[in-house]
Design a protein around this ligand. Structure first.
Ligand code: AMP
Ligand code: MG
Length: 393
């Protein structure tokens, strides 16, 4: 059995290099930029009015005389007009300034008589209410750095500059296989000895937290041949294969032998931890294989504590931050195993919830973090600082 830190290191050491992909902008939301980005245009692309009003040449204005309004320009149209001395043009927000104009007076600050306007404010300078060409960004200017995470605002910014695609680090593709003869779908009647299959849904929801949709979800019986068949189908298609159940030493635990028969190379099996001791990790060419013990709390714990690290290495994104917090209750544990405990953050720190057994999801359902207590720890006292992984957004 290896330690948690050894297991983490072995996983990272076996992760392939992050891949880069050109994605449609909207699909890249939340991803990390794989390159610096430069603006293909000046933005704004032309001098434009920031307000509804009248455009004119500031130097023509003596502070008292009026202007003749010789036309109008709506947003989206060119004016085709060349303004001369003492002339103004009706203009609207976002419309292009006609040649010769450099200033806009807002409509509230003019008095209009027929086609003449008089400006009735002193708070106007050359260039007022004008968004100059290139005043946001200039053509060829570097606008975003490699490593930037595409927020919704980033998406809007890039779309506004005409981008349709962007180079980002790819999300890995993931397939889930749950194993167990006892499993039936929620919604079906519960026959004797059967239980509702919940691991695939927990994993799918956890993947959704980090913007990944599993490519496939399969549930198979505890029969080696059937498990081998579905592993063979899935392993060549995805970057990460997650299995649940069947990795212990029971007579019907066929997953590790099935993986071996499919050519998966074992990196480790069994980690000094609770829950999830029988956790198995292997590789098949570029595909990482996580075979997690079937108890639902073990599955999600291993997902947050290990699978996410491998995904993070691919996407270059940090998920589920770890922080240090003081404990708000005492806790005793067995020495020699790292404990991952469902916790709840409160104003004084973090409390370890009751019902920590790996088959129980009642407290996990309420938890917002996982508290990690190292192998060497035995009694942990209130106010001691502990490592806490946040698992909710
Ligand atoms: P195993 O790792 O196959 O020995 O399973 C350990 C425990 O987890 C057993 O009580 C299983 O019935 C349960 N279990 C296994 N797979 C699932 C699943 N997909 N959903 C819910 N419980 C499961
Ligand atoms: Mg089983």
């Amino acid at each position: 059995m290896i330690s948690v830190s050894e297991a983490r290191k072995k996983i990272i050491d076996n992760c392939p290099q992050a891949r880069v992909t050109l994605l449609p902008l909207i699909e890249a939301a939340g991803c990390v930029l794989a390159d610096n980005v430069y603006s293909p245009i000046d933005s704004p692309h032309f001098d434009q009015s920031a307000m509804d009003g009248y455009a004119f040449r500031f130097d023509d204005w003596d502070g008292k005389s009026g202007f003749k309004v010789i036309g109008e320009v709506q947003a989206g149209n060119g004016s085709g007009i060349d303004l001369h001395s003492s002339e103004a043009i009706r203009i609207f927000t976002g419309a292009a300034l006609p040649a010769g104009a450099d200033t806009v007076v807002i409509q509230e600050n003019v008095v209009k008589e027929g086609n003449l306007i008089k400006i009735v404010t002193n708070h106007l300078g050359k260039g007022s209410n004008v968004r100059l060409k290139g005043s946001q960004v200039k053509i060829k200017e570097q606008i975003l750095n490699h490593g930037h995470v595409l927020s919704p605002a980033t998406v809007a910014f890039l779309a506004g500059l005409g981008f349709t695609h962007v180079l980002v680090y790819s999300n890995p593709t993931v397939s889930i296989i749950t194993t167990g003869k006892e499993l039936i779908k929620p919604g079906e009647p519960l026959a004797e000895g059967k239980i509702y299959e919940s691991n695939s849904l927990g994993l799918k929801a956890a993947l959704q937290q980090i913007n990944i949709t599993p490519a496939a979800i399969n549930t198979v019986d505890d029969e080696e041949e059937k498990i081998i068949k579905v592993i063979r189908e899935q392993i060549k298609k995805v970057d990460i294969l997650i299995l649940t159940g069947g990795v212990s030493v029971g007579d019907y635990d066929f997953v590790t032998t099935a993986l071996e028969k499919c050519g998966v190379q074992k990196v480790f099996h069994k980690v000094k931890q609770k829950p999830g001791k029988p956790f198995y990790f292997g590789v098949h060419q570029q595909t990482l294989v996580f075979a997690l013990p079937g108890n639902p709390a073990s599955v999600l714990t291993c997902f947050y504590e290990y699978v996410v690290d491998a995904i993070s290495k691919q996407t270059k994104k940090q998920y589920f931050k770890s922080i240090q917090l003081p404990l708000t209750n005492d806790f005793s544990k067995k020495k020699g195993l790292t404990f991952f405990l469902k916790g709840k953050i409160n104003k004084d720190g973090v409390s370890i919830l009751p019902d920590q057994e790996s088959y129980k999801m009642n407290s996990f359902a309420l938890a917002d973090c996982i508290v990690e207590l190292g192998e060497e720890k035995e009694v942990v006292r209130k106010s001691e600082m502990v490592s806490v992984r946040m698992i909710t957004d």
